[in-house]
Design a protein around this ligand. Structure first.
Ligand code: SAM
Length: 213
């Protein structure tokens, strides 16, 4: 589990690349500079870990592109001690970025293999994260409400149960749409319990599926 000077240097370059692409929140950039992405990659792709690209991981899933992770995180406006629910643990990389920002992270994954692998890795890296094996469409009613909710798979609709688990003043970020591409959507729960929706460009994610495997 080595994190060498070379890895750190490559991370600094990656941070400058995503800054250039428009990420401006210094706390997000700092978190990206700290998380050793190479440890979250499948062995065949480790040498590409600091390219700004998504890569395949186990169970036919993907580790998201660092720019996309930073973009979603920036939209959330995470502050230390905020309670954040992530749907789609995958490799665990996004969860680690949120933890680096001081959030209390709750993450759900429907693929048992990924749930187990990410938990082992993040525990070994001393991240304190709450892992759940289950269907993100249900959220975590007994642990909510959450300051923020981030969905890291393409959702055809905004799951009602997740909206219910969002605090007033909270922010939910979701790539919304079908299989070709999705619109990054921010939902803000207002004081009067209404929802404000804004759209933030096109992205491509693997689909959010119901149930668990
Ligand atoms: N956040 C991940 C990371 O940092 O590596 C990348 C997530 S990957 C793009 C999407 C993940 O969402 C996959 O691991 C997939 O199994 C998971 N997923 C899809 N539908 C889900 C659901 N209903 N509940 C929980 N996880 C789900």
């Amino acid at each position: 589990m080595e994190d060498s000077f070379q890895h750190k240097g490559l991370r600094r370059k990656l941070v400058e690349e995503i800054r250039h692409k428009g990420i401006h929140d210094e706390k997000v950039l700092e978190a990206i500079s700290k998380v050793p992405r190479h440890l979250f990659m499948d062995s065949s792709f480790i040498k590409f870990a600091y390219r700004d690209q998504a890569f395949p991981i186990r169970a036919g899933q993907t580790i998201s592109q660092p720019y996309t992770v930073a973009f979603q995180t920036q939209l959330l406006e995470v502050k230390p001690m905020h309670k954040v629910l992530e749907v789609g643990t995958g490799s665990g990389y996004q969860a680690a970025v949120l933890a680096e920002m001081g959030a209390k992270v709750y993450t759900i994954e429907r693929q048992k293999e990924l749930y187990l692998l990410s938990q082992t890795l993040l525990n070994a890296l001393n991240y304190r994260i709450h892992f759940f094996y289950g269907d993100g469409y249900q959220g975590l009613p007994t642990y909510g409400p959450f300051d923020h909710i981030i969905i890291t798979a393409a959702a055809p609709v905004i799951p009602d149960k997740l909206l219910d688990q969002l605090k007033t003043g909270g922010r939910l970020v979701v790539p919304l749409g079908g299989s070709n591409s999705q619109v990054m959507t921010l939902i803000e729960k207002q004081e009067d319990k209404s929802y404000k929706k804004t759209e933030h460009g096109l992205f491509v994610f693997v689909p959010m599926l119901g149930g668990k495997e």
